[in-house]
Design a protein around this ligand. Structure first.
Ligand code: RBV
Length: 484
């Protein structure tokens, strides 16, 4: 405790941080018009009101090691991470196993992913397995400042703070300064930076591979690979069954509703809740909103996804029609301009609009600014726009991921599986490199065995048991002559 207090008092505490690291890593321890540009310049939170570049001098910064909002928050962050660790048993089992053999020793991993308590558990696990880890946030509004401080206190090189619009890429570049061999992305901002500005670190053989966490990122990577522009192999963590059938559905479902409620406190029951996109994420949101008593309306561009929504009991209609009847709107499509000028103009008084897709492009805030006469902040993550037609519309979390900006992201229990996939994928990249195995420079799938291993381990930690096929059943299912 005395040690922690001493650390909190000062910035120059690297030696103490190293001690702390060793223990933790081993698992022992108001305007006229307002469009997007204006919204970005005028931050919604008290913390974000000072332009970051100017404020940086007031941050807790040790050059070449970390830049976080305030090291005094470390104690709070440690407690949150401890909580997450006790809810992420799969990742903790992996930590226990690999902290002994340290298969990532000699590898530096740069990560660009939401700085949450769950991500901290992943970071500590990578470090326990021997990796040197350097990190930045992947969304200006998703960094939990207390967690970032705790990670810096652990000796992790971290560049992240809540409200970081202006220095977003500055932070990513500071992690690249640490000479990473492996990259870990959520939305491709790190991979793209390496591809656009730092190709030489790939050409020199320094960077050997990477992973990507989210659907949108995988779409971007596949497009890059198809154009022949991908420079190194990247594992599609998002596409693991133990990731997208759980994280994207149940994680997004719960955390999105959590974000909407924290930002507004509205009752969900009885509302017309419009979900744009009935993919993995949208279907999860629709399921949970329905459970709370909302009438669900889905909009879609894909016939099969729309059909699934209909059979779930949801209404399907085009956004032009949904815009007129919705009380709450949530986009989850990965596409831009899903809600735009004509939709805002036809919305009812008091409509609440938010997004849970990776980027902030789904709600066109520039067009909203064009038809708005004034804007004011009602509460954190809730901005009221008064339109030319006199109606008021509420935008949550600046149109960014409402579940991470207004709430805490997905629950630890589900991130356990997503991050176990991240961890095992980095082991796979390092092992291949050690063996001199050349992985194809493409978007690589997660092996089926990895999915089954993670699901089996998760079931064990939940105390659930499953059946095993008998020898007769095994031969029956592979017997092509068997029939009626
Ligand atoms: N996500 N991370 C968290 N609690 O750390 N919550 C959500 C967390 C990830 C999730 O895996 C999804 O694919 C991505 O954020 C969207 O940016």
């Amino acid at each position: 405790m005395a040690r922690r207090k001493a650390k909190q008092a000062s910035e120059a505490e690297s030696a103490l941080a190293t001690v702390s690291k060793a223990a933790r890593m081993n698992g022992t321890a108001t305007t006229k018009k307002a469009g997007r540009k204006r919204t970005t310049a005028k931050k919604t939170t008290a913390a974000a009101k000072i332009p970051a570049k100017k404020a940086r001098g007031r941050f807790s910064e040790v050059k070449g090691r970390y830049c976080v909002r305030d090291m005094k928050l470390a104690e709070e962050g440690h407690k949150l991470i401890d909580w997450a660790e006790s809810h992420m048993p799969v990742l903790m089992k992996l930590r226990e196993k690999y902290s002994k053999t340290k298969p990532l020793k000699g590898y530096t991993i740069a990560g660009c992913l939401h700085v949450t308590k769950e991500t901290a558990v992943l970071i500590r696990t990578l470090a326990a397995a021997g990796a040197k880890v350097t990190w930045s946030g992947c969304n200006p509004l998703s960094t939990h400042d207390a967690v970032a401080a705790a990670l810096a206190d652990d000796g992790i090189s971290i560049y992240a703070w809540y409200g970081n619009h202006e220095d977003f890429y500055w932070c990513i570049e500071r992690t690249i300064d640490q000479k990473p061999h492996l990259t870990l992305d959520d939305g491709c901002d790190l991979i793209n930076t390496v591809h656009e500005k730092y190709q030489h670190i790939v050409e020199s053989g320094q960077v050997i591979g990477g992973t990507e966490e989210t659907t949108t990122g995988i779409q971007r990577l596949r497009a890059r690979a198809e154009a022949g522009q991908l420079l190194y192999p990247v594992i599609a963590v998002n596409d693991a069954e133990t990731k997208w059938d759980f994280d994207n559905v149940y994680g997004t479902g719960q955390s999105t509703i959590d974000g909407i409620i924290r930002a507004t406190s509205v009752m969900i029951a009885g509302k017309n809740f419009v979900v744009a996109g009935h993919g993995h994420c949208g279907s999860g949101v629709a399921k949970r909103a329905k459970g709370l008593g909302a009438n669900i309306i889905c909009t879609e561009v894909k016939a099969t996804a729309a059909l699934k929504a209909v059979l779930e009991g949801h209404e399907i209609m085009p956004m032009d029609k949904a815009a007129k009847v919705g009380d709450i709107f949530c986009t989850a499509t990965g596409v831009k301009d899903v809600i735009r000028k004509k939709h805002f103009l036809s919305m009812k008084e008091g409509a609440i609009v938010c997004n849970t897709g990776h980027y902030d492009a789904e709600i066109n805030l520039v067009e909203l600014g064009e038809v708005a006469t004034s804007k004011r902040t009602i509460r954190q993550n809730c901005e009221e726009y008064t339109l030319q037609n006199g109606r008021k519309i509420y935008i949550l979390a600046e149109g960014r991921l409402v579940n991470l900006a207004a709430a805490e992201g997905h629950p630890s229990e589900v991130m356990d599986m997503s991050f176990a996939n991240q961890f095992m994928s980095h082991l796979r990249l390092a092992e291949a490199h050690k063996k001199g195995e050349q992985l194809a420079i493409e978007v690589l799938d997660i092996p089926e065995e990895q999915d089954q291993f993670i699901a089996t381990t998760k079931l064990q930690t939940l105390g659930s048991k499953i059946d095993k096929l008998t020898a007769e059943q095994l031969s029956y299912i592979s017997d092509y002559n068997a029939g009626t």
